[in-house]
Write a protein that binds this ligand. Sequence first.
Ligand code: ADP
Ligand code: NA
Length: 332
Amino acid sequence: VHTPRVFSGIQPSGGLTLGNYLGAMKRFVDMQEDVAETIYCMVDMHAITVWQDPDKLARATRELCAGYIASGLDPDKSILFNQSQVAEHAQLAWIFNCVARMGWMQRMTQFKDKAGKNAQNASLGLFAYPALMAADILVYHTTHVPVGEDQKQHLELTRDIAMKFNHDYGVDFFPLTEPVIEGAATRVMSLRDGSKKMSKSDPSDMSRINLTDDAETIAKKIRKAKTDPEPLPSEAEGLEDRPEARNLVNIYAALSDQSVEAVMREVGGKAFSEFKPMLADLAVAKMAPISGEMAKLMQDQAEIDRILADGADRARAIAAPILKKTYEIVGM
Ligand code: ADP
Ligand code: NA
């Protein structure tokens, strides 16, 4: 039996969104209080699976660390570090590249989405990404990974890799890690199109709320968010075929730490002209302090670098013996 240990990561590829905040960061903070060992990574090696300008990558990594702390992560309670600084991730990833099967990788929908039509020109790293992600998780014998719904398939692959490794080498070594996909905002949708995930790569800035948006911008984006003409239904069931309305209610629920049902008791039947200002006020109250704190933290980069270096040391202390044992099992 493995002791509870939480790991998750976000790519420092610039521009954190409300989706990252509600689907990941806010939930990292909740778990920090509930679980003794919480490990949160800036996954820069994942970011470079598509081209990143070196100066911007370095800045985005520090900014993400500032975003973690501004959202409520405490470097004393959680290990915060940069993936590339703990070489055990890359070392275990190679072994997993030899465990994972081509057919498994070819089924990954995120690769198909990100590679697009020109898959022959995608990097080999983009294709192998989920095996590195499995290594990120399993090099700590992680038991739980809080993520958004888009990562579900990669977590299943992580379990497949753990199972095949255990089976091929006749050991019970890697745990079968559980994804933790919970709450009202596991999939925050675009504010312009209820069928698309809110994403930093969407060409329209109006489609997302950025963690760095000021109060006025946040309010404007919510005011202009696409909706249908009907008022909100009186109960949660009425949201089923109304993706835009449902998305705004989900965001309200997640930001206010309430269930969708509780929110509907408060706002059911209201027109959007009434509900949107309520949501805008809530979003500004919750988000604007984070961007302010991020900016403040970014003024002391030496302190951020110190936190990341300390986190890397603590992460390595957990990962190194697990990698060493893995090498022994493999005969290396
Ligand atoms: P992105 O998907 O924005 O490129 P990452 O792949 O680094 O960013 O994802 C970091 C975390 O944020 C993951 O746990 C992912 O599931 C979560 N996440 C990203 N976008 C959303 C969204 N729109 N809704 C909920 N969670 C999201
Ligand atoms: Na903790």
